[in-house]
Each structure stands twice: as structure tokens, then as C-alpha cells.
Design a protein around this ligand. Sequence first.
Ligand code: NI
Ligand code: MN
Length: 227
Amino acid sequence: MKLTFAGHSTFIVEQNGHRVIIDPFLSGNPAAVHKPLDLHVEAVLLSHGHGDHTLDAEAIARANDCVIVAPNELANYFGAKGLKAHPMGIGGSRQFEFGRVKFTQAFHSSSVESESGPIYTGMPAGILLTMDGITIYHAGDTGLFGDMKIIGEMAKPDVALLPIGDNFTMGPDDALVAAQWLGAKHVVPMHYDTFGLIAQDAELFVNKVNALGLQGVVLKIGESLDL
Ligand code: NI
Ligand code: MN
């Protein structure tokens, strides 16, 4: 499996000729190296509605004529735009051609902005994605919660993608606890440095992860982890 960090909380996951993107935020990120319309994917997976996770979902889904997999109300929001959308609920899982998706809880909020204020888009989620026996846990935007222990026990993720930006999500100290509870072999920080409010020292975080006996890795934007 090839896991590519595309900036912020955006990841491209490739395995056996299948390719999906999680939480595409590219055109709004000056540091991004991927162009939304150049991406060839067979699904767009979304954790929640906020613009820094969904900005390029519509463009990518239209360009690829592919499905958007998202929590129920968020999927319906994109479905109403004429896009292919697959709604799921927290705790539900589904086998797709590219792999298995299961939504976990996330403690956050979920909405898209409109001219008349926020449109609520249901529950925010974390995403468990399993392709050929390798499981990625993309925590979405969330604070620390105790059931991450259960996610670790039940899903045994090979990789945990954890927000460390603080303010809107877990900060590095809580993400370190999350890493322990999840017990994933690999831990990749996300949702930091994109804007000033979430500036963090990712290398320091990863050093602390490694001191726990786990394998933390800072992926620069455009870099990949081979699993
Ligand atoms: Ni958010
Ligand atoms: Mn966010």
C-alpha cells in the first residue's frame, strides 16, 4: 500500500491498482503539490463537512465521475448537487471495490458554510479504510476520546493518522495518548501548520511517539509511506 500525504488532512491511498482520496483540501492550501483535476481516483472519502476537508471533493468527484463516501447528511448534501454519493452512519461499514470503509465516532462538529450561515451535515466521523488486509485509521477532526482504545483493539489499525494541530482538534499531548491507545505500528501527524492557529512541532511529536516504541513518521507534503 502506498499512502501519500497531500497536506493538511488529505491522503491519497493506493493499493493493487485502486486509488482513493480522503478529505481533499488542495486548491485552498498554498503548500499543496497536487492539483485536484489531475487526480485519478475511484472514490472520495470524507470525514466531515468542514471546508478544510471537503473543498475539492466536488471537483474531484465530477472529474472522475466517482462516488463520495461520507456521513449520511454530508453525502446527501453532495447527492443534491447531482453527484454520486454513498451515505454511511457511525459504526457502519461497507465493502467497496477498492476496500472496506467503516466510520468511527469523532468528537467535533460538521457543517458546510453557505451565504446564509452553516448548513449542518450530520455527525463528524473518523474513517477506517482496509485495502487488502492493511487498515488505516484516519481520525478526522477530533478530540481525544477513550473509545480510541476500542478502535485499537477491534480494528488493529496498521497506521494511525492523527490530528495534532490543537485548538480545533487534539493537540500533540493528547495525540500521543491516542497513539498509545490505538497501538498502530505507524503514526502520522496531520492537521497542523496549514495556518497559524494550528502551528506545531511535528518532529517533536514524532520523537515522542518513537520513544513509546511506535513508529512515528512526519510526511512532508507529497511524500509517501509504503506499507
Ligand atoms: Ni473540522
Ligand atoms: Mn479541520
